[in-house]
Design a protein around this ligand. Structure first.
Ligand code: FAD
Length: 388
């Protein structure tokens, strides 16, 4: 039984790991010759870390996870603490820690774990054909590959999604621009063991520690889509957007390297119910594109892979076995992923001032927050995963 896996991102690599555990041969096809991740880092929350452990890649989390033991919100303008608390009660109640990690390192370690030479790079799928028993991928270089099933983990711009859904979906602009990158840990910006966030005016500046003494930072600013900003104006743009903000924010802006800082217009896709068409399954961002506001896009790709793999346990290695496992995967995942996308969208709107009154009410809440409510929210998201 052979699976064609499209995309060597978090979704594709974790799917390969999950199917390999079930004795299924996997061929991985990746469009680009060299993967250049769109973001500097990711917070892999406890549900994602559990999936990495389950898939035999826990050592990657151990090596890359930053020491994020506390969490704090500050008023962006005055710099004053709104709330500050330990994440230990969360870790204790869900049974695993969160791991903020360098995205490039995560990606390359997952690829190395599988074997770089065993992945076919420079293979961009443009078309797919399926029969009851086979799937054929056609690549832009004129080559093709056939397998018993396909898992399309080809990201938010998926080339396979329209085939599965029978329609092309448009991405929805979420209303804000995100700049992200890495800097050395500097305690005059924030403590080196804490996820620190500055908020005001629907904007946000966030800093979290990853391994090797580095901070992952990001800036969010509600802006129209399509502004002509580029690297040459990046520092002056941020200086202008955060003019009058507290000293740590100014220190961070002065520390960033514009050449390695990403600027991303944030999008999601209206959730949909169809994740599977016969022997083709969508997985990861191809199946559910979310804003990053609850840090669950990559985690849910990991969850997808674990769930898909588990539905092959005890199945006949036949077409009927594949169709049943894929259908079970779709049934198990569609509500969870829809919930995560909509939760992130709601968080996105509140954080980024879609309704100023709601955002102000959230700022007021943060000043009364002991950590209990935030931890309850994080816990409920994490425990909704498959390995709770
Ligand atoms: P991708 O990572 O996009 O990988 C898809 C792969 O498929 C790519 O390598 C691509 O080159 C390849 N591909 C594309 N088209 C084709 C084709 N036609 N043929 C063959 N290959 C193709 N998630 C978290 O869990 N925590 C976070 O903190 C977090 N923060 C984020 C911050 C930002 C700013 C952004 C934008 C996202 C964030 N996410 C986070 C979401 C996370 O990045 C994605 O959900 C995750 O990368 C999805 O993995 P994937 O493998 O499905 O897709």
């Amino acid at each position: 039984m052979k699976a064609l896996i499209i995309g060597a991102g978090i979704g594709g690599m974790s799917t390969a790991a999950a199917l390999k555990q079930q004795g299924i041969e996997c061929e991985i096809f990746e469009a680009v010759k060299e993967i250049k991740p769109v973001g500097a880092a990711l917070s892999i929350w406890s549900n994602g870390v559990k999936c990495m452990n389950h898939l035999g890649m826990g050592h990657i989390m151990d090596a890359l996870g930053g020491p994020m033991h506390n969490m704090a919100y500050h008023d962006g303008i005055s710099g004053g603490v709104m709330t500050q608390f330990s994440l230990a009660p969360l870790v204790e109640s869900v049974g695993e820690r969160p791991c903020p990690v360098s995205r490039a390192d995560l990606q390359s370690q997952m690829i190395d774990w599988w074997g770089h030479d065993k992945i076919q790079f420079g293979k961009r799928i443009e078309r797919v054909e399926q029969t009851d028993t086979e799937v054929t991928a056609y690549f832009t270089d004129g080559t093709e590959a056939t397998g018993d099933m396909m898992v399309a983990a080809d990201g938010t711009h998926s080339a396979v999604r329209a085939h599965v859904l029978g329609q092309q979906l448009e991405r929805r602009y979420a209303g804000y621009v995100n700049w992200n990158g890495l800097v050395d840990i500097d305690e005059s910006i924030a403590p080196g063991d804490q996820w620190t966030t500055f908020v005001a005016d629907g904007k946000r500046v966030s800093i979290m520690p990853i391994a090797d003494g580095r901070f992952y930072f990001f800036f969010d600013v509600p802006l129209p889509k399509g502004l002509s900003e580029d690297r040459s104006t990046l520092v002056s743009d941020l200086t202008q957007y955060f003019s009058g903000w507290a000293a740590p924010v100014q220190t961070l802006i002065n520390a960033i390297d514009p050449d390695t800082t990403n600027r991303i217009e944030i999008h999601d896709i209206e959730p949909f119910d169809t994740l599977v068409k016969g022997n083709i399954a969508l997985l990861g961002d191809a199946a559910h594109s979310t804003t990053p506001d609850i840090g669950q896009g990559g985690c849910s790709a990991l969850e997808d892979a674990v769930v898909l793999g588990e539905y092959f346990v005890g199945k006949d290695k036949t077409t009927a076995g594949i169709l049943t496992a894929f259908k079970q995967y779709e049934d198990a995942r569609r509500f969870r992923v829809k919930d995560l996308v909509l939760k992130a969208r709601k968080r996105c709107d509140v954080t980024h001032g879609k309704d100023q009154q709601e955002t102000q009410a959230w700022y007021d809440e943060l000043k009364r927050e002991t950590g209990e409510n935030i931890i309850a929210g994080l816990r409920s998201t994490i425990l909704g995963g498959p390995l709770a």
